[in-house]
Ligand binder design. Sequence first.
Ligand code: FAD
Length: 493
Amino acid sequence: MYDFIVIGAGYGGLTAASLLAKSNKKVLVLESHYSIGGCAGFYKREGLLYDVGATTLSGFDYNGPLDRIEKELNFQLKKKRVDPGMVIHFKGKKILRYRNFNKWIDELNKHFPGINHEKIWKKIEKVSKLAWGLLSEVPLFPPAGIKDLFSFIGKNTGNYLALLPSLLMSFRSCLPKDASNNEDYINFLDEILMITAQEKSDKVPYLLAALGLNYPKDTFYSYGGITSMGHEIEKKIKEFKGDVKKRRKVFSIEKKESNIFSVKAEFNKKTEVYESKNIISNIPIWNFANICGGAFKNKMNIVSKKYSKSWGAMTYYFSVKFNKDLGSLYHQVHSNELKNFIQSESLFFSFSEKDDLSRSKNGFQTITVSTHISIDLFKEQDFYGDNKAKIKRFENIVLNTFKENFKKFEILEIGKGEVGTPATFEKYTNRFEGRVGGIPHILDYYPFSYPKNATPDPNIFLVGDTVFPGQGVVGVISGAFSVVYRILKNEKS
Ligand SMILES: Cc1cc2nc3c(=O)[nH]c(=O)nc-3n(C[C@H](O)[C@H](O)[C@H](O)COP(=O)(O)OP(=O)(O)OC[C@H]3O[C@@H](n4cnc5c(N)ncnc54)[C@H](O)[C@@H]3O)c2cc1C
């Protein structure tokens, strides 16, 4: 009998499990894959280790969630700040996202003259700092009921109330005319928002856009790959007497009359049954609705159908040997060819660090390339039916874009590559239809209707990128802190 069964060992589930195990709860994590990490997982090919999806870490600033988890669990991730945190290749320009405010403003003035960047970005900085403060000081945000609202009353209430309007207006509508009418500038900002907020500036609320635009300022590379921190957290779960069982795919959860949950998982084609007083789901809301039983299933179905917007990802994994050093490890490259093919406008190239010998060998660095694809378009174009021509076209676009934009580093050799599609993510992470990156941060779901971590059942909680604050390792770790705070607070009252 467990106090908590956590379904899924993505960053959301691992974080929640570790914090609960540290609070002396008896915790079991059930993970369907043979390794942890989910969308922030890894795979190995010919001695090289590739990140499958997520590649960058952020959130070590402002007492951010990643800084908090390191302190809370007492570990130090081997990592390296990457500055500039991102290089944007846009219409023949190379725009460097420096961490230093003045350097960044100079860079913007150089590439987009005639706009008061200093004023725009000072506000972005201020709002994103306040927003991170809100998430760490008022963990019951967004409120799941009237009771939660009382937790907002404190020394910073005035500051936080001042943030409310920024949840109601789109980022673009808050920009001065000289910026919002500059098509190139908007296009440039939109592509950054696509990878951090999953939508463009006319749809994303100002506050979420501020967080998203500031994300690349605080970029870290994790030695050993993006899953290294997950391995650290897994070790801590075990140290606190919790358990992580892999290759266990949960397919049913039933609440019995005794109020105890019976959880069924498939292992080696056999059914295992576990019992627990509480459930934490780290799988997307669409998946969770499918495995729940009874009246709760209907309730979860209503929630999951309400949030039908989500993206898929096309990825490409390969290795390269350069003669020269790259500078930044993260590059966003705008591509018209891609736009004409799958309507996505940029490719994100993430390189492994040359001195990270667990990932880079004989001078080869690994590269994970990713971009968005609409799930509907993916199905329509029949990539599913092993459409080799389409896969090949995507591969060619990636490689041509790569050769054109990185030739100045003197490419010596390019290793064999592999394409990933939404079907790949569905296969390895079970995510419904291969939907990744959570639910886009759009005005339709704000200020308070983004999916929350509490559910109609007081013993079932949700973590992961389909519940607030959603998207990214930093988002799901922040969400897990919030869930555990809620659980421990409920217990006391
Ligand atoms: C291409 C791509 C690039 C990205 N880039 C970045 C980036 O650079 N930085 C960043 O911070 N974020 C990035 N993200 C987003 C980030 O990876 C995710 O938002 C985050 O990792 C999600 O974590 P999670 O815990 O919510 O879910 P997941 O990572 O999806 O974890 C869920 C886990 O549950 C398991 N599972 C599923 N069903 C079952 C079941 N029935 N029983 C048991 N286990 C089950 C899965 O195997 C998985 O391990 C990217 C995502 C993608 C796809």
